[in-house]
Design a protein around this ligand. Sequence first.
Ligand code: PLP
Length: 433
Amino acid sequence: KILILCPMNNKMKNIEIFNESKNYMPGGVNSPVRAYKDVDVTPPVIKKGEGAYLYDEDDNKYLDLVGAWGPMILGHCDKDVVDAIKSTAENAIAFGGTTELELKLAKHICTTVDNMEMVRMVNSGTEATMSAARLARGFTGRNKIVKFAGCYHGHFDGFLVSAGSGVLTEGIPGSKGVPEEIIKNTIVAQFNDIENIRYIFEKYGEEIAGVIIEPVSGNMGVVPSEPEFLRELDNLCKKYGALLIFDEVMTGFRVAYKGAQSIYGINPDLITMAKIMGGGLPCGAYGGRRDIMEYLSPVGPVYQAGTMSGNPIVMSAGYATVKKLYENPSYYDYIENLAIKLQKGVEEIAKEKGLPIVVNRFKSMMTIFFNEEGKVKNYDDAKKCDTDLYAKFFKHMISNGIYMSPSQFEAMFLSVKHTEGDIDKFLDIMRKM
Ligand code: PLP
């Protein structure tokens, strides 16, 4: 393994901790992408986050473009979020019972986000999508779920086929341990391909319980849906009585306060959320049409539960975060303008240096693809990226204090704490690649 070239000093604590971690946690990590396996670098062991910056155990400082994979839109350790966590923890850590804090967050989400008449809190994005799929099946009495190649909806068995994120990075079709009987009810469709989804509905329409999609995929890198494709998908779902599930785990409260649905002007039947809505604590939620949500236990026949669901500290961190975003709509323009500056800068550098780069950006989510073909519109395009060149880029950036995803197939995330100076810093370092 290559040691990270420390930008500021030569301490060894990162590598010592990571090596010891490998004795106690598979690969030294609790989620695969964190191991930096494909870029052959020892990951920094992070001890502190502040605003747009991270600090590792060797006291190196990094400009953070990962943002905990999306949640940290207010920057690390935002004072309002920290205060909410601290004051709740004084009295309420966990009850597994009903609290007013749950109501506060649920009501806030249902009254400020469209198409969320009711919501159920869970503990991760995976739980949200898994539960939404069960609910769609229970509600429609059908078994098949359609997902799109390259979209990642967490590590639930039924969705681990042609998935993005770590599954795509590791180059595996799915995962060992997922029985064929489970995925035989998952139909994989092509993203942004109207003919393909029409064909699937013609063939299986009466059996399809629901279609789940990341309206803007962030898990094959950023690839937005084409508006006419989403419109046709919506029409087909309505025509055949299948539920349309928008997975807004990444895009919710990120691309706009009201999520990608508000930009595309489409009204999904169910929406899944996580990341930002928990303010950086473990969280998830799914919600939507009242008649569908009332199919959930204890009102209806579809069972789903959780000891930690609606945990008071998570609810207070989530509420502090979404309330602040709701009260400061200008944040969204601010972050998008930074992303535009970053995109333009990267495209200029690519031109200057003759690098095969395509930048896909949707609002403040973006990916720098190393791709000769000049476009990335779906999973097949994404797979053609030059991951060796990306790894070279990544190593250059991280060894100069820019913390990015070690995988080509992830989104970069900015926060309200990033500044134009931070973007200039990124570009100056990239120019020296
Ligand atoms: N759905 C989408 C769109 C995601 O991006 C992710 C995670 O990145 C998930 C679901 C799974 O969420 P979690 O990692 O919280 O289980």
